[in-house]
Design a protein. Structure first.
Length: 57
């Protein structure tokens, strides 16, 4: 289960991306979550995934 609050989700996702050394696609597969669900939630607080940095910025 992922956090519903977008700010908590941002922290959770960026921590997982960093600590588990995986990209967004692998993280979504690991969490069994649709990529669009995370991207849409974080876009609402103006954060977008950077593949180059492997984090939401």
């Amino acid at each position: 289960m992922i956090p519903k609050d977008p700010v908590m989700l941002l922290s959770f996702v960026n921590m997982r991306l960093r600590d588990r050394n995986m990209d967004l696609d692998a993280l979504c597969e690991d969490l069994d979550v649709e990529k669009a669900e995370i991207e849409d939630a974080l876009a609402r607080i103006d954060y977008h995934y950077s593949a180059e940095r492997n984090q939401f910025i």
